[in-house]
Design a protein around this ligand. Structure first.
Ligand code: FE2
Ligand code: FE2
Length: 140
């Protein structure tokens, strides 16, 4: 059975909370991680932060298009004093986003929302890019 529209909106609102959390976490990590060897990585994290906020805008308008009300709540953010650990925390967030958006794409398809599916696929592609960037920053 296909997901209900109400449940779909609920899940999108959770995605939105995670986007806000990711944007904030990246701002903090970019500021704290500075040091000569981390200049390029710090700049990359700021780019990620801006992209997460753009995702928040996109997800919010999907929610209003469905006649839902976008939340302003923020999911859990992680901080660390260790640069490598910060990048690992960011990686966990990206893995979660990838898993969640794959589900959302499937559900949009089930609901016949092909335009929304396409927007979600574009977001997913960026989350996968973020994951690649973090893995290369971690030397993996
Ligand atoms: Fe995102
Ligand atoms: Fe991301």
């Amino acid at each position: 059975m296909a997901i209900s529209k109400e449940q779909f909106i609920k899940e999108l609102n959770k995605d939105l909370e995670w986007e806000f959390a990711a944007a904030i976490q990246y701002v903090q990590h970019a500021a704290v991680i500075t040091g000569p060897e981390y200049d390029a990585i710090s700049a990359e994290l700021i780019v990620h932060s801006n992209e997460e906020m753009a995702h928040a805008v996109q997800v919010s308008s999907i929610i209003t298009d469905l006649n839902g009300a976008p939340v302003i709540d923020v999911e859990e953010r992680k901080v660390s004093e260790n640069a490598k650990e910060m990048l690992e925390q960011d990686l966990v967030g990206e893995e979660l986003a990838i898993t969640r958006y794959k589900e959302r794409i499937k559900q949009a398809e089930e609901l016949g929302e092909y335009g929304m599916r396409r927007i979600l696929e574009d977001i997913l592609m960026q989350e996968e890019e973020h994951r690649r960037d973090l893995l290369s920053s971690l030397g993996r």
